[in-house]
Design a binder for this molecule. Structure first.
Ligand SMILES: NC(=O)c1ccc[n+]([C@@H]2O[C@H](COP(=O)([O-])OP(=O)(O)OC[C@H]3O[C@@H](n4cnc5c(N)ncnc54)[C@H](OP(=O)(O)O)[C@@H]3O)[C@@H](O)[C@H]2O)c1
Length: 281
């Protein structure tokens, strides 16, 4: 699996497989097994996806050595603050059935984010987590959090695709060597994105799908993409990104599609309402 370098010395696969909104107790296990068989070596789950157990089962059933699979999970807001985060980390490990996670993220900014981060730093020192990072941290949140951190985040996982390119945030991330990971890399299936004329033109030229062009764009931008699919054909297709490359002019053309915002505004989240919907305890 091709990898990118992280700022903590570890490497991360360039493309991973996301399991947001895939049902637990079977469907997630099935789809992760399918993805591993297709060649994915990174799985992105979260406490709030309620399917960490399925991910762990699929990894064990796959027969692939643990150290060849990169596992990411995320701490949910309910478990922020130092003491709660320590317990939350152990719960994720237990549910996954693993003795370490490759990457663990703060799912989004909320109340005692700094206390939760301290617990994550200690878990790195204890060997429970290899790399730690954040998610949904906009410029404003990141600027507030950075001075309180002993270990810098290795990644920031944000909504990112050709319509939402996070250009300003990426300038700050680059200063700290923090790698951007893209959620909704295919726009969550947004038809306007997947049928965009510029992207379709490029796809036709290379005899590739629009999805593959979008994922290749992420790769050439140095962004880790986490496409999700429950279709076997898409799962395979989304990994076939290395038999073509976009020219500088095509990269520039795609950069021109940026609309400057995505479907979610991390600076304006109704976290209390979200917490009512996602109770991980
Ligand atoms: N940190 C966060 O707050 C956060 C938030 C959201 C998501 N995430 C992560 O990001 C991952 C990806 O997000 P997502 O799953 O919602 O969005 P996505 O990967 O952008 O889009 C998935 C949608 O695109 C379709 N699709 C997949 N491959 C395709 C292809 N080659 N051509 C056309 N359509 C294709 C899928 O349908 P089929 O099933 O039919 O293929 C599905 O409807 C999540 O699973 C999760 O791991 C993180």
């Amino acid at each position: 699996m091709n990898t990118f370098q992280l700022n903590d010395g570890h490497k991360i696969p360039q493309t991973g497989f996301g399991v947001f909104m895939v049902e637990p107790n079977g469907p997630t296990e099935q789809v992760v097994l399918m993805a591993l068989k297709a060649g994915y070596r990174m799985i992105d789950t979260a406490a709030a996806y309620f399917n960490e157990e399925d991910v762990g089962r699929a990894i064990r059933k796959s027969g692939i050595p643990r150290d060849e699979i990169y596992v990411t999970s995320k701490l949910w807001m309910q478990d922020y603050g130092y003491a709660a985060a320590k317990a939350g980390i152990d719960t994720s490990l237990k549910k996954l059935g693993l003795d370490y996670m490759d990457l663990y993220l703060l799912h989004q900014p909320y109340k005692d984010t700094a206390g939760a981060w301290k617990a994550m730093e200690e878990a790195v020192k204890a060997g429970k987590i290899r790399s730690i990072g954040i998610s949904n941290h906009s410029l404003a949140f990141l600027k507030k959090l950075l001075p309180q951190m002993e270990i810098l985040p290795a990644v920031n996982q944000m909504e990112c695709n050709p319509f939402c390119q996070q250009k300003e945030l990426r300038r700050l991330l680059n200063q700290y060597g923090i790698r951007l990971e893209a959620w909704y890399p295919l726009g969550h299936g947004n038809a306007e994105l997947l049928q965009n004329e510029v992207l379709r033109g490029i796809a036709e030229k290379y005899q590739k799908s629009v999805g593959q062009v979008i994922l290749r764009w992420h790769l050439q931008e140095g962004i880790v993409a986490l496409p999700k699919s429950t279709s076997e054909a898409h799962i395979r297709e989304n990994l076939q990104l290395y038999d073509f490359s976009l020219t500088d002019a095509e990269m520039a053309e795609i950069r021109g599609l940026d609309q400057g915002h995505g479907t979610h505004n991390p600076d304006d989240m109704n976290n209390e309402k979200i917490l009512e919907r996602y109770n991980v305890h």
